[in-house]
Design a binder for this molecule. Structure first.
Ligand code: NAD
Ligand code: TYD
Length: 348
């Protein structure tokens, strides 16, 4: 039985992970430490709250005393670190929080694990959840990122994640901390905050608002369903080699404009209207320093851990669109005043 500290478990991927873990490992203890920033929403785990094996703690990963207390009180033997500021556009508008949480917060967790874990306990694991964005931008014909691609982050967000990845690596080499790092591509699925491309487009289209495409819309991302990401993290926790990094991706590259058209196609099918939703597409000013292409070679995950994505993109997108259609109350509630201010600043 594991005692897992999930940080950022009330956000998009974290809440999907907590739900996934409690279903697939029901006897484990799960402690969710989340600061409940604008992106954290306790409603994401509404039906989990009463479980005796689950505890929610409202607090920051930067709070060293709180983190140390949790390690001791809960006999934590596994950390899955999702907590982060995660949105590139916000990092461009204001990078400071990204350094605080993503760099200092990860450092605080690493210190707690170093001080709290017995070196002889071989069952402890510190899994740091990171992104493919640390590798920078690819040209059209470049090979996909692998675990050995040199870091070349281009945004304050990706630079802060790269910094945290380096700290995690250093704690393995210097102190022998049993760390694992995953670098994953763009996730999509239920409970994603509507500042990210796919939920933003679904919700804007439902409300008849314009669908903003940055630049020429030809930037490419690799997309993975969030449940496939959770299964990948599980595989790495169970069977990953300590000190190693793992690239997780969907082998599923799409230009932004094609994704938006695909979402529109599903919306037209599920909610036929007078005009196609793609009429709402509008090209807007490009993101500063916008990375052109990300692609992941997930061969190591398949070879060494037998992991592969299960969702096809068509199916995953259709289910995601259906989820947002069926959960209007959820997305209306997360779009509070603070989000409206951000939206105004970003898209005015
Ligand atoms: P998110 O923004 O939806 O959620 C982040 C969560 O962290 C929120 O619940 C927030 O309240 C919490 N948080 C923020 N600061 C905190 C702090 N100081 N202490 C404790 N909790 C704090 O993010 P997400 O999309 O779910 O991403 C989760 C992780 O996965 C991040 O580390 C991100 O870098 C990584 N990642 C995301 C993607 C993606 O496509 N979304 C892809 C690869 C990797
Ligand atoms: P996003 O969901 O913010 O993820 P990331 O920047 O981490 O890849 O954006 C995905 C892509 O969509 C990215 O190339 C930027 C683009 N994009 C738009 O064209 N319009 C938008 O309104 C948003 C939010 C993103």
């Amino acid at each position: 039985m594991k005692h897992i500290l999930v940080t950022g478990g009330s956000g998009f991927i974290g809440s999907n992970f907590v739900r996934y873990w409690m279903q697939s490992h029901p006897s484990d203890r799960v402690v969710n430490l989340d600061a409940l920033t604008y992106a954290g929403n306790p409603e994401n785990l509404k039906n989990i709250d009463d479980s005796p094996n689950y505890r929610f703690v409202h607090g920051s990963i930067c709070d060293a005393d709180l983190v140390a207390k949790l390690f001791e009180e809960e006999k934590i033997d596994t950390v899955v670190n999702f907590a982060a500021e995660s949105h590139v556009d916000r990092s461009i508008l204001g990078p400071e929080e990204f350094i605080k949480t993503n760099v200092n917060g990860t450092f605080t967790l690493l210190e707690a694990a170093r001080n709290g874990w017995d070196k002889d306990n071989t069952s402890c694991r510190f899994l740091h959840v990171s992104t493919d964005e640390v590798y920078g931008s690819l040209g059209a014909n470049d090979p996909a990122f692998t675990e050995t691609t040199p870091f070349a982050p281009n945004s304050p967000y990706s630079a802060s994640k790269a910094s945290s990845d380096h700290l995690v690596r250093a704690y393995f080499h210097t102190y022998g901390l049993p760390v694992l790092t995953t670098n994953c591509s763009n996730n999509y699925g239920p409970y994603q905050f509507p500042e990210k491309l796919i939920p933003l487009v679904i919700i804007n289209a439902l409300e008849g608002k314009l669908l903003p495409i940055y630049g020429d819309g030809k930037n490419i991302r690799d997309w993975l369903h969030v449940e496939d990401h959770c299964r990948g993290i599980d595989a790495v926790i169970q069977n990953g080699v300590v000190g190693e990094t793992y690239s997780i991706g969907g082998c599923n590259e799409w230009t932004n404009i094609d994704i938006v058209k695909l979402v529109c196609k599903h919306l037209d099918k599920l909610m036929p209207g007078d005009s196609p939703k793609s009429d709402l597409i509008t090209y807007v000013k490009d993101r500063l320093g916008h990375d052109r292409r990300y692609a992941i070679n997930a061969g190591k995950m398949k070879r060494e851990l037998g992991w592969e994505p299960r969702f096809t993109f068509e199916d995953g997108i259709e289910k995601t669109v259906q989820w947002y259609l069926g959960n209007q109350e959820w997305w209306e509630r997360v779009r509070d005043g603070a989000y409206r201010d951000y939206y105004q600043q970003q898209y005015s």
